[in-house]
Design a protein around this ligand. Structure first.
Ligand SMILES: [Zn+2]
Length: 342
């Protein structure tokens, strides 16, 4: 399917989802606009005619980001997708690449600069690569170096002789060449922005699965505001839950117990060339006070209590399909009749 067809298909699915909610709620009599759907981040409404708007059209958003293995699965407007989006998505990419690199995981790569006495304070640009067998390969980046600095650096090689008679390691003996240098660690990613990117992925996955029902959840407002304004501190700490959830929990779930942690639990994988990171993030549920989830996680999970006592329900994952219009409100019933009774 080409991009245009995919965009039209997603538009149709989410517009039908909104129309069903509108036709079956109080919106029915006072919503005047044509068939369409909302950008889940800025909540601008897009009619069919705006779909290919020249200034701010709806665009296919890869969620998780394409660089971390995600597929084009939801529509967001160009402004939300490219402006706020890329800035925070780059931070999570950098953060994971940094974890790959400092742990010397296979296929990791670090761009860095080498320093020694010969470089006189200037760095020599280089690339350290860990291959699939964890061998370290060093490449000097000739294109981006001052030729004189680079030559001085390479000439700083020292020849050493170690007699085999005084060594118990034969490989390390005889004449060897050595380059001594130090190198800068990779630039640290901004952890807070990286965590907001994780929150955004979770929020958009909930929208992908539940459609406008999740957008109209008033508790989700703080998440949306935080994604729109990543530099503001709206949620103090969105807490990436450090627990290795099993594969059957991948996707959108509900934490039913304990009450303080009641929320939507979104679990997903982010893939770099070196590893797969399983992420679990809570976003607010539909009950009164469910927007207190981030304070409660801090109280409950960050002070020694284990995650083992938490009950996770996979009703949404197993029962919910955005295309089944008759199911649109199922979650509301399930929430009132089951989740709130726990
Ligand atoms: Zn938008």
């Amino acid at each position: 399917m080409n991009n245009r067809a995919k965009k039209e298909l997603l538009f149709k699915i989410y517009s039908e989802n909104f129309k069903y909610i509108k036709d079956n709620s109080s919106l029915k009599n006072n919503f005047e606009k044509d068939f369409g759907c909302y950008c889940p981040i800025c909540l601008i409404y897009f009619e069919k005619a705006d779909l290919f708007d020249k200034i701010n059209p709806l665009t296919i958003e890869h969620n998780p980001p394409q660089s971390l293995g995600g597929k084009g699965s939801v529509l967001t407007c160009k402004k939300c997708n490219s402006e706020a989006g890329h800035k925070i998505d780059n931070e999570i990419l950098n953060k994971l690449l940094e974890i790959d690199a400092v742990n010397f995981k296979p296929n990791a790569e670090i761009k860095t600069q080498f320093f020694n006495d010969s470089t006189e304070g200037k760095g020599v640009n280089a690339n350290i690569k860990i291959d699939k067998d964890r061998k370290i390969i060093i490449n000097i980046d000739s294109k981006n170096n001052n030729p004189k600095t680079q030559q001085n650096f390479l000439n700083s090689e020292v020849h050493e002789y170690k007699s085999p008679f005084f060594s118990d390691n034969l490989i390390d003996t005889g004449w060897t060449k050595k380059l001594k240098f130090t190198f800068k660690k990779p630039k640290k990613a901004n952890e807070r922005l990286a965590t907001i990117s994780l929150l955004k992925i979770a929020y958009l996955m909930a929208f992908e699965k539940l459609g406008h029902l999740y957008l109209f959840n008033k508790n989700a407002e703080i998440v949306r505001e935080q994604i729109k304004f990543p530099d503001k501190e709206i949620i103090k700490n969105p807490f990436w839950i450090n627990y290795k959830f099993p594969d059957n929990i991948l996707g959108v779930n509900i934490i039913t117990k304990p009450r303080e942690l009641r929320s939507i639990l979104v679990v997903y994988d982010l893939k770099t060339k070196s590893d797969t990171y399983r992420i679990a993030i809570c976003i607010p549920g539909f009950s009164e006070d469910d927007d207190k989830i981030y304070e409660n996680i801090n109280e409950k999970l960050c002070k020694g209590e284990s995650f083992e006592n938490v009950e996770v329900n996979n009703y949404i994952n197993s029962e919910y399909k955005i295309k089944n219009l008759e199911d649109t409100f199922l979650l509301v019933n399930f929430w009132e009749s089951f989740v709130e009774k726990q």
